[in-house]
Ligand binder design. Structure first.
Ligand code: TEU
Ligand code: CA
Length: 555
C-alpha cells in the first residue's frame, strides 16, 4: 500500500456559519475561523475541510452557489480568505474546499441565462425536459428535500431538474462546456494555493438520459437508480483528474451517497486516477421509517458488520474516510454514544477511540472534539434547515403521520443538531457571537465548552488531542490490517490491527452496563496505548465500565 500524507492526515470539518463570529452579526465568518486556528493547531489536526464559503443566497446554507469565485458576503471577503489560508499554512494546516458542482443556485449567472430561452447558449448547462401531456412533471421523482424533483419554469414552458431544493438546479455534466467551466474554476482555486476538494454528491453528477419513473417507496418516485453512480461518472472524474487534480499535490474526497465497496475501489482505487478517498454512508443511513426519518438506533452488530466490510474490502485497494457525524448528521455522542451527563464524556472518548483506530482518514466535525450534543428542540419553529422544515410540512402538516409520531424522529435526525454554534466558553452565547446567533446555542454550553475542556487534562478535547498525536507516532494506526473479534456482541466492539510484527487490540464498550471481557492471550502484559478510564489490565477476564475503551499495543 502506498504511503501518502492524506492517508496519515486527520481532518477537521468547519461549518463556517456556526464556527466563530468575528463581527457580532450572529453568523460565523472567515475572520472568526482565522482567530481560532491556534485552537486547531493545539488539537493537532492536519487539514480543514471548509464547508462552502462561496457567494450564495443560502437556500441550503451555501450548498446553493451563485458564484464559485466569490466569497459569501456574510462570511467576509476574498482578502479574508487569503489571510485565513496563509495563516493556516503558517501553522502547517491545509485547507480543503467544498466543491458543490452537481448543481448551482438558480441565481447563478449560468442558470439566469439558461432559463431565458430554449436557444440561449447556456440552455444546455442544465437539465430541461417537457412536462407530460397533461402538463405534469416529466416523471415521478421526488427531490431529496421534499416535493417533486422538477420545477416548472414559465419562460419556456419546460421543467428543470433539481435533486435537492428548487433553488439548486442540477448541472448537465454531459455538456463538455459545463465540465470545462468546472475544471477551469477548480484550477483557479488550486492556483490560489488551496489543498484539495471535498466533492459534494459527486456520485450523482451523471444521469441516465432516459429518466423513467422511479419506484415509489414513500411519497415520490426514487431517482437513485438513474442518478446515483450514473453511466459516465467515472469517465468524468477521470477527465477531472487528468485536467486538474493530477497537476497538484492535493487531497480529494468524494461525497458519494450510494457508493458500494465495489464502486469505492473505482472512485478511490489506488491506481484508478479518480479521487483519493470516499465518504460512504451505509453506517449512518438505511433504517429510516419515513424516508430518512427515524428515532431508532442501529444495532451494534449491524454497525460492526457495515464498518468491518468497508475495512476489509478496501484494504490495500482503495482508501476510505472515517466519520461518525458531519453537518448533515446528528451529533455523534447523542447518536452512537450516550449524552446523559454521567456517560457523555466516557462515550464520546470511546467513539473517538473506535473510529480513530480504524483504517481510513478520520474526520472530526466541529464540536465533536468537545463532545457536543444534539439540541433540545422545542417546536418546529426552532428549525433553520430547509430539510427539517420541508420534512415537517410534508409528513406532518400534509397529514401523513401525526406530530407525536414524527417529532421524535425529527429530534433524533435533524441536521440542525450539528449546526448549533460551537461552544467556546461559558459566557453569553457560548462565546460564539456578541450578537444574536442565527441558530440557537445549545443550553448546555456552561458545562460543555472549549475553554473548560482545554483547562481540564481529562477532557474529551485532550483525549482527541492524544489520539491525533498517537496517529503521528504509530503508522500501525494508519496502515495496519483490521480484523473484527466478537462479531455477535451487542455490547462490545473489539478489533485488532496488524502491521508486520506489531499488533493493536481495540476494545470499546457501547453499553451503559458493566461487561465482562477476556483479553486475548497474546495481549497479556502489553502496553496500554490509550484508555478512557485509566484502568490498566495485565490480561485475563476483566470487568469493563460503561462505555469503557482502551487499546493494547503489542510490539
Ligand atoms: O449532502 C448530500 C447528501 O448525501 C444528502 O443525501 C444528505 O444525506 C442530506 O443531508 C440528507 O439528510 C450534501 C451536503 O453535505 C448537504 O449539506 C447538502 O444539503 C446537499 O449535498 C446538497 O448540496
Ligand atoms: Ca459574522
Amino acid at each position: 500500500m502506498k504511503r501518502t500524507w492524506w492517508k496519515e492526515a486527520v481532518i477537521y470539518q468547519i461549518y463556517p456559519r456556526s464556527f466563530m463570529d468575528s463581527n457580532g452579526d450572529g453568523i460565523g465568518d472567515l475572520k472568526g475561523i482565522t482567530s481560532r486556528l491556534d485552537y486547531l493547531k493545539q488539537l493537532g489536526i492536519d487539514v480543514i475541510w471548509l464547508s462552502p464559503v462561496y457567494q450564495s443566497p443560502n437556500d441550503d446554507n451555501g450548498y446553493d452557489i451563485s458564484d464559485y469565485q466569490a466569497i459569501m458576503k456574510e462570511f467576509g471577503t476574498m482578502e479574508d480568505f487569503d489571510e485565513m489560508l496563509e495563516e493556516a499554512h503558517k501553522r502547517g494546516i491545509r485547507i480543503v474546499m467544498d466543491l458543490v458542482v452537481n448543481h448551482t443556485s438558480d441565481e447563478h449567472r449560468w442558470f439566469v441565462e439558461s432559463r431565458k430561452s430554449k436557444d440561449n447558449p447556456y440552455r444546455d448547462y442544465y437539465i430541461w425536459r417537457d412536462g407530460k401531456e397533461d402538463g405534469s412533471a416529466p416523471n415521478n421523482w421526488g427531490s431529496c428535500f421534499g416535493g417533486s424533483a422538477w420545477q416548472y419554469d414559465d419562460a419556456t414552458d419546460m421543467y428543470y431538474l433539481h435533486l435537492f431544493t428548487k433553488k439548486q438546479a442540477d448541472l448537465n455534466w454531459d455538456n463538455p462546456k459545463v465540465r470545462q467551466e468546472v475544471f477551469d474554476m477548480m484550477t483557479w482555486w488550486c492556483e490560489k494555493g488551496i489543498d484539495g476538494f471535498r466533492m459534494d454528491v459527486i456520485s450523482m453528477i451523471s444521469k441516465t438520459p432516459e429518466m423513467p419513473d422511479g419506484e415509489v417507496h414513500d411519497l415520490y418516485g426514487d431517482y437513485n437508480p438513474y442518478c446515483v453512480n450514473g453511466p459516465n461518472v467515472h469517465k468524468y472524474l477521470q477527465e477531472m483528474n487528468e485536467k486538474v487534480l493530477s497537476k497538484y499535490d492535493i487531497m480529494t474526497v468524494g461525497e458519494t451517497p450510494g457508493v458500494t465497496t465495489e464502486l469505492a475501489k473505482q472512485y478511490a482505487g489506488e491506481d484508478t486516477h479518480e479521487l483519493n478517498m470516499v465518504f460512504q454512508f451505509e453506517h449512518v443511513e438505511g433504517n429510516g421509517k419515513y424516508g430518512k426519518w427515524t428515532d431508532e438506533r442501529v444495532p451494534l452488530t449491524n454497525l460492526k458488520k457495515i464498518l468491518s466490510r468497508w475495512q476489509n474490502e478496501l484494504y490495500g485497494k482503495a482508501w476510505n474516510s472515517l466519520f461518525w457525524d458531519n453537518h448533515d448528521q446528528p451529533r455523534a455522542v447523542s447518536r452512537f454514544g450516550d449524552d446523559r451527563p454521567q456517560y457523555r464524556e466516557a462515550s464520546a472518548k470511546m467513539l473517538a477511540t473506535c473510529l480513530h483506530m480504524m483504517q481510513g482518514s478520520p474526520y472530526i466535525y466541529q464540536g465533536e472534539e468537545l463532545g457536543m450534543t444534539n439540541y433540545p428542540f422545542q417546536s418546529p419553529a426552532d428549525f433553520r434547515d430547509v430539510e427539517s422544515i420541508n420534512a415537517y410540512k410534508e409528513w406532518v402538516e400534509d397529514g401523513v403521520v401525526s406530530h407525536e409520531v414524527f417529532w421524535p424522529c425529527l429530534l433524533t435526525k435533524s441536521r440542525d443538531n450539528a449546526r448549533t454554534p460551537v461552544q467556546w466558553d461559558d459566557t453569553e452565547n457560548a462565546g460564539f457571537t456578541t450578537g444574536t446567533p442565527w441558530i440557537a446555542v445549545n443550553p448546555n454550553y456552561k458545562e460543555i465548552n472549549a475553554k473548560a475542556e482545554m483547562e481540564d487534562s481529562d477532557s474529551v478535547f485532550h483525549y482527541y488531542r492524544k489520539l491525533i498525536a498517537l496517529r503521528k507516532e504509530n503508522p500501525i494506526m494508519v496502515y495496519g490490517k483490521y480484523e473484527l473479534l466478537l462479531e455477535e456482541s451487542e455490547e462490545l466492539y473489539v478489533y485488532t490491527r496488524t502491521l508486520e510484527e506489531e499488533k493493536l487490540l481495540v476494545v470499546c464498550s457501547f453499553t451503559d452496563k458493566e461487561t465482562e471481557f477476556t483479553i486475548p492471550e497474546e495481549f497479556a502484559g502489553c502496553e496500554c496505548m490509550i484508555s478512557n478510564t485509566g484502568n490498566a489490565y495485565e490480561g485475563g477476564t476483566v470487568t469493563l465500565k460503561p462505555y469503557e475503551a482502551f487499546v493494547l499495543h503489542k510490539k
